[in-house]
Write a protein that binds this ligand. Structure first.
Ligand code: FES
Length: 94
């Protein structure tokens, strides 16, 4: 199972995730504080996060991210990013 490390402020939480789940789902299930104003539909950017490690273990950037201007590493929209392996994720808007 992919191991996802979330960093938010001074806190860190490591959780096991199911392959194919997205970072927003994983964070919410784990009680990690993350905003999702558009309900995880890729239209708001409040779920913006920085991938500190493991970008290669995440799904490729999709059209919704590109439409919202999220086009450069390390930025990703948590709701559009599915996990395949371990990653370390910093919540930006914490
Ligand atoms: S929750 Fe709105 S873009 Fe991810």
């Amino acid at each position: 199972m992919p191991k996802i490390t979330f960093i938010y402020g001074d806190e860190k939480k490591i959780v096991e995730a199911r392959k194919g789940d997205n970072l927003l789902q994983i964070a919410l299930e784990a009680g990690v504080p993350i905003e999702s104003a558009c309900g995880g539909n890729g239209f708001c950017t409040t779920c913006l996060c920085n991938v500190k490690e493991g970008m290669e273990n995440l799904s490729k950037r999709n059209d919704r991210e590109e439409n919202m201007g999220i086009v450069k590493d390390p930025e990703r929209l948590a709701c559009q990013t599915e996990v395949e392996g371990d990653a370390e994720i910093e919540i930006v808007d914490f």
